[in-house]
Write a protein that binds this ligand. Structure first.
Ligand code: LLP
Length: 381
């Protein structure tokens, strides 16, 4: 952030989310280009950030949308994503949400249980439509990420288990208004070790080989999202390594003739472009440490409290010698803490702090806990 930007921050009501749209565009450009290079289809996982302005920018890069609620489907179409590039996932879609998605004629429902597919079949029948469905498979591959955001092992609630898959395929194919078009996988989020994705490819190859023996070939394989970003050093990895990520799938997945590959990236597309900007209310001397008390709280950015997530924190307005601080919010919860023992330039009331890498799962997870106002959002251009 340059001096001019920081000067403009001085007059704005804090806390707020600040998005560097030039970085967002540069990131989208690389991701779209690398996907295109392999002929892969990219869908942006709206759950990571559903800010309309961010969505309007993303849809301009020939990227589809991955939605997990009826409201996300509606928001995606309002912001310009074509319905025929929308995939819609979730372990429990309500009748109303299913109806909306069918009326919009989205590309595909990603489904995780037969009872849900039966309901989709029935509602599609009522509307005189056919629903395209991919089965989400729980491939039992460990993503080695935080246990709250790992989804692809058997103890999780997600997907059809491998031993259920044949039955699920046969049953879905028997439903009159269901068009079974693919398999869907998503094993977790913030995955930085690419060998995890290689493991996923190998497991999907095994599954496909088994299906092939039964004469089953489904045209669409969706590998979900999960590519991680560098929270420790945002500036070391402003744009994630999309080339290496997609190359893993090109190298290790044995696509069958005519098969199309899909990806649902969220964090890696928007994570680094957002910061939460907050003003220091007070600096409090504790017995053994100093606390910086911000006007932003866990309701504005939940990740540190919920996942013990690390975000880099910078003082934008002080250049004095460094000291150690715990950086906390104003909410009456001990978990309302953004960072412990952080090295910052000597910090005073009124300073502006930036919490970095907040573009994904930041603004969108905010709440009005304590009846606090929701933080606003500003864009670099
Ligand atoms: N597809 C499915 C089916 C998903 O469940 C998710 C994320 C994605 C795609 C996008 O994953 P990404 O590329 O963003 O890793 N709130 C947590 C992350 C939850 C992720 C949930 N699923 C966090 O703040 O770390």
């Amino acid at each position: 952030m340059n001096i001019e930007t920081i000067k403009t921050f001085q007059s704005l009501k804090t806390p707020f989310y600040y998005y560097d749209t030039a970085l967002l565009r540069a990131t989208l450009q690389v991701a779209a280009q690398e996907a295109e290079h392999h002929g892969f289809h990219l869908h942006y996982a709206i759950k990571a950030n559903a800010n309309p302005k961010i969505l309007e920018i993303i849809q301009g890069y020939d990227i589809g949308a991955d939605c997990v609620s009826g409201n996300e489907v509606a928001r995606a179409t309002e912001c310009g994503f074509p319905a025929n590039r929308i995939v819609y996932a979730g372990v429990g879609k309500s009748d109303e949400e299913i109806r909306l998605a069918l009326e919009q004629e989205i590309f595909c429902f990603n489904c995780e249980s037969l009872p849900e597919i039966e309901v989709i079949n029935a509602i599609a029948g009522e509307l005189g439509k056919k629903a395209s469905v991919a089965l989400r498979v729980n491939p039992n591959v460990d993503a080695h990420t935080h246990h709250y955001i790992t989804t692809g092992i058997e103890e999780n609630k997600f997907g059809f288990y491998l031993y259920d898959l044949d039955h699920a395929i046969a049953a879905s194919r028997n439903m009159e208004n269901i068009n079974l078009i693919g398999l869907h996988f998503h094993i977790g989020s913030q995955i930085t070790d690419l060998t995890v994705f290689r493991g996923l490819c190998l497991r999907v190859n095994e599954i496909q080989a088994r299906l092939k023996e039964q004469g089953i070939l489904l045209p669409h394989i969706n590998f979900g999202g999960g590519l991680g970003i560098n929270y420790d050093c945002p500036t070391c990895g402003l744009i994630p390594d999309f080339a290496s990520y997609f190359q893993v799938f090109a190298d290790f997945f044995e696509a069958q003739p005519g098969q199309q590959l899909h990806f649902e990236l969220g964090r890696s597309l928007v994570g680094q472009c957002g910061s939460l900007i907050s003003r220091v209310l007070y600096v409090k001397e504790g017995k053994h440490k100093k606390f910086v008390i911000l006007d932003a709280g866990m309701n504005d950015l939940l990740r540190p409290a919920l996942y013990q997530a690390f975000h880099r924190i910078e003082n934008l307005t002080s250049v004095q010698p460094h000291e150690k601080y715990d950086i906390v919010g104003p909410i009456c919860e001990s978990s309302d803490c953004f960072g412990k023992d952080r090295d910052l330039p000597a910090t005073h009331r009124g300073d502006l702090l930036a919490i970095r890498s907040c573009g994904a799962y930041g603004e969108v997870m905010a709440s009005r806990y304590n009846l606090r106002e929701l933080a606003g959002s500003y864009f670099s251009e």
